[in-house]
Design a protein around this ligand. Structure first.
Ligand code: ATP
Ligand code: MG
Length: 312
């Protein structure tokens, strides 16, 4: 049966590497996933696993060594015409992890939020710009007057709202949110998550939500991909991933989620992931759909085991 969901973004066998051409460091090996229109897609993995690298490849800040990225069915990786480049830049925006360092300290909030409107080829009068900034600020719950202040006058939560206003002003379709709440105080994390959810509902936005641990993404993501050292090892609908984690790394991440019950928490067994549990010398791993919508990276022997786990 054809999938009725519309693909907004297709990440197709991408590889991203840094450093010398002859001895590159491979940050993202061979990654594929699709993001559907209107969904929140979670990308989860430990520090250094390649999450930001993938996000930056999608906003075209990291070139690809292999593979292709398509947005609304059209290639956006590699060279684009100037007009297409401008359009894609507006359509895909990123929100950054650390609101303390991602805003230009010397610029006023009004300029920071409006910056995307100054891009070449965009014609926007001063008055139009002022109105758009006021609207973007109020859309994220800030006062329009804040436009004339500097970033250091704001708290972490407010600064993250400024970062969101800056993305919204371009009316994007897809937002790459790179750990948007991990640098914030626990007490204001929910506020920022609620804001993102409300904006999504109002505007039909699509999100790629990057996070360190599964507990954050569990309730906000429709589907989740788990990444380990440059490879996505598992991808499934959130409920399915929590109910039937297959890859040992996913299982380890799940076991690390704190439990509300202190007795259960104390008795909990933490699983440690040991990559040497895989023997990939002869039987190589293949990215495989083991049940509808549930993908896992494994070799033939492992895949057989995963399929058995699902029928149990
Ligand atoms: N511009 C770069 N030059 C060289 N190496 C890089 C560059 N950007 C990232 N890397 C390396 O690529 C790997 C993946 O980095 P990345 O920032 O994507 O990880 P991450 O999953 O976002 O981690 P974190 O959770 O800490 O943000 C890391 O080993 C990092 O050092
Ligand atoms: Mg990162």
């Amino acid at each position: 049966m054809a999938d009725p969901r519309e693909k907004m973004l297709e990440v197709d066998h991408i590889r991203v590497q840094f450093g010398k051409k002859r001895h590159p460091f491979v940050a993202v090996r061979d990654v594929s996933f699709d993001i559907y229109k209107g969904e929140t897609f979670g990308l989860v993995g430990e520090s250094g696993s390649g999450k930001t690298t993938i996000g930056r490849a999608i906003i075209r800040a990291n070139p690809l060594a292999a593979g292709e990225i398509r947005f609304e069915g059209q290639r956006i990786s590699g060279r684009l015409s100037a007009a297409r480049d401008r359009q894609v830049t507006r359509d895909i925006q990123m929100i950054f992890q650390d609101p303390m360092s991602s805003l230009n300290e010397r610029a006023k909030v009004g300029y920071i939020v409006a910056e995307g409107l100054y891009a070449p080829g965009r014609h926007c009068s001063e008055e139009e710009r002022r109105q758009k900034v006021a609207k973007a600020l109020s859309d994220v719950g800030l006062l329009p007057e804040f436009a004339s202040r500097f970033p250091h006058e704001f708290s972490g939560g407010q600064r993250q709202r400024i970062g969101i206003a800056r993305a919204l002003i371009l009316e994007p379709k897809l937002i790459v949110a790179d750990e948007p709440i991990s640098a914030l105080d626990v007490s204001i994390r929910a506020q920022v998550l609620n804001l993102l959810a409300a904006l999504q509902k109002e505007r039909g936005l699509t999100y790629l939500f990057i996070a360190h641990d599964l507990s954050v993404v569990r309730f906000i993501c429709d589907r989740i991909a788990v990444i380990h050292k440059g490879d996505i090892v598992e991808l499934a609908e959130s409920e399915q991933l929590f109910a039937h984690p297959l890859h040992p790394y996913t299982q380890a991440l799940l076991s690390a989620i704190p439990q509300p019950d202190p007795i259960a928490e104390r008795q909990k067994k933490l699983l440690v992931y040991d990559p040497s549990c895989h023997d990939y010398r002869v039987d190589k791993p293949v990215w495989t759909e083991v049940e509808p919508g549930h993908f896992v990276l494994g070799n033939q022997r492992e895949l057989e085991g995963y399929r058995k786990m699902l029928t149990r």
